[in-house]
Design a protein around this ligand. Sequence first.
Ligand SMILES: C[S@@+](CC[C@H](N)C(=O)[O-])C[C@H]1O[C@@H](n2cnc3c(N)ncnc32)[C@H](O)[C@@H]1O
Length: 217
Amino acid sequence: MTQFTIFVLLFTCLFTCVPLLFAQENKAVALDKKVKAFLNSHAREWHDWNVPEADARLLYDIIIQNKYTKALEIGTSTGFSSIWIAWALSKTGGKLITIEVDESRYRKAVDNFRKAGLSEYIDARLANAHTLVPGLQGPFDFVFSDADKEWYKNYFDAVAPKLIVGGCYTTHNVSDRMNTGFGLESYVEYLKNLKNFETTFDDRGAGVAISYKKSGK
Ligand SMILES: C[S@@+](CC[C@H](N)C(=O)[O-])C[C@H]1O[C@@H](n2cnc3c(N)ncnc32)[C@H](O)[C@@H]1O
């Protein structure tokens, strides 16, 4: 390769790669601005059993810290936690599947995702998670379980084999300390006794069980 060819290649790269990098950076900055503006302007509108902001931020931080990209949420409601999860995934290059059985909440969530600028990071499904979840292909590296509490263990058993080692399964309204009123004590014991998961609890919001998968079995 002649010196001239090398120069031409470098020159071409400079004028194609650098603008591309700037474009990506600009897209991320613009998205941050749009999501923050959406969350600020809708701050008082989350009345559909949506998680407290402390819990949403916790999910966001877990995804960013672990660079997760394949997320599943069971229980979308109007999309508050999905927005935080998808916002994190927009930074890791990931995507979220989220499931809701109630059509009006599903429609509101889809509208919220569009307004927040996050639609491309979310595959929102209107379905009964009881039947949809066992058939999902996976693999997943992050799960947030926040639908019907009496089905928590069934969801866990269906998804845990599809969670990669190093992945994280989070469950809402679950605490080691207090009785959350959902009758989830046996579920907590179940999580704590699993040999291939290490579970801790975050009680800053409504209680989140954070279960990291340590090995296949
Ligand atoms: C606690 S809310 C979810 C809140 C949401 N994660 C948020 O923070 O914005 C639980 C939702 O799960 C939905 N749900 C309950 N059972 C379900 C099922 N079998 N399949 C799908 N969604 C279900 C309910 O309709 C409800 O909207």
